[in-house]
Design a protein around this ligand. Sequence first.
Ligand SMILES: Cc1cc2nc3c(=O)[nH]c(=O)nc-3n(C[C@H](O)[C@H](O)[C@H](O)COP(=O)(O)OP(=O)(O)OC[C@H]3O[C@@H](n4cnc5c(N)ncnc54)[C@H](O)[C@@H]3O)c2cc1C
Length: 473
Amino acid sequence: MTETNELSHVHQLGDIVGPANVLTGDDAAPAMIDTRTKFHGQSFAVVRPGSTNEVAAVVAWCSDNDVCIVTQGGNTGLSGGGQLNEPRPSIVLSLVRMNRIEDVDPEGWTMTVQAGVTIEAMQEAAAAVDRKFAPDWGARGSATIGGGIATDAGGNNVVRYGNMRDQLLGLEAVLADGQVWNGLRAIRKDSSGYDMKHLFIGSEGTLGVITRAVVKLFPATDHEQSALASLRHLDDLMDVFALANEVAPDSITAFELMAETGVARVCEVFDLTHPMAERSDFYVLVKLANTQPVTDQLAEFLSVGAERGHITDAAIASTAEQEGRLWTIREEIPPMNLYPHQSKGLKMDTAVPIAKMGEYHDAVRAIAAELVPDAVAYGFGHVGDGNLHMMVLPLADEDVDEFLDVRDELVRRIDQATFALGGTLSAEHGVGRELTERVNPQKSEVEWNMMRTIKAAFDPEDRFNPGALLPPA
Ligand SMILES: Cc1cc2nc3c(=O)[nH]c(=O)nc-3n(C[C@H](O)[C@H](O)[C@H](O)COP(=O)(O)OP(=O)(O)OC[C@H]3O[C@@H](n4cnc5c(N)ncnc54)[C@H](O)[C@@H]3O)c2cc1C
């Protein structure tokens, strides 16, 4: 695109959303790089509409001018789905200005929001009327509901409340020709045909722009308490999970695994006191939450776990500060702030059948030990729902080249192990641009072709986020 064309485009887009809401150059730069600093976009502008009508007008303008669109919410995605780098001209359509909570209905147990509202703002709005909006993860302050729906995000509370797909009642989206589909229904049962909202969940901006949503609310859990428990061995993981469900079936909301390698690194980098006097290779961070006190359930869980020999030590959070400290460790354990070469390494978002979690962990560690013995390999994740993030990262400057030399083989072997266990490469972060090639063997050609048919029906010109999610045909 020539410079004159670009200026003219920027001017015309400014006529739709206001000139101050079309960012270029340095102002647009933060949107052109992902949170892991791994993917770089080349869009000529960031356009920030303030309403569904403005989104529709921008999309229609893009259709008339053959401009591609990558939608962004908080730009916290971890699979490179928000950065578009292709020969056709493109814009980033940022929904950050669409941050209005339109309705909170405690009697109907629903909330209606624009797509740019953050997860944290929704949690706070629900709490203000004694209700709970259940999704929760580390990026809650920036990640938006639109991005959460588009990636079918999960997080800490899935074990009790399900992932984003389980939260959504209604949706509004702008389609490729600029039409607005209003499916903002607040009903819980509706068997009147294809449920179109489900197509947009996990669509990663490839089918349209999500502009508004109606979500479910749950009873507020005024009593919440967490404990960090040392596992005798990773093989005890499923017994300890079964115990938590036996002792506190109505209260368990989070069941997170953390390897000592990651816990120790967080404590070192963030200058925190390690929560355990005696170290173990693995810990589970368990959170119980209920309308009734949960202290007795938590104590019983830990004492029975100790009696049965699965739990060797525990740190119970008795104050809000202690609770915060345990969760800081969990939220800082992803490698972004821990290891300087993290963007060169592998960060897996795997789910396997829950009973095969230990097998998957050991397989990755064994492959890493064989191919990159100097790399750091550790796991953490929402193991209560079968989701384990394994990291394999070069540690020192001088390890990087050697790591990159065998990276493809490492990926091939680990992916093979995942598929052999019946797992997925993308449990909750989406496919983005990171996994488009790798995810291919996970589904049959029949299934990919069903998805390509849907994509072609919604977006025949491949204008929405081209190159993301679908493997090349
Ligand atoms: C520290 C940290 C912790 C995290 N922990 C978790 C976790 O525990 N569980 C989990 O599931 N995820 C986790 N994530 C990743 C999670 O997927 C993202 O935080 C979130 O889903 C993306 O929201 P976003 O608004 O930032 O979307 P973006 O990053 O802006 O976009 C992500 C994708 O969604 C598309 N998209 C965004 N908005 C829209 C829209 N309105 N309409 C259509 N498409 C849209 C984009 O095109 C892109 O493909 C974490 C991320 C970070 C940085």
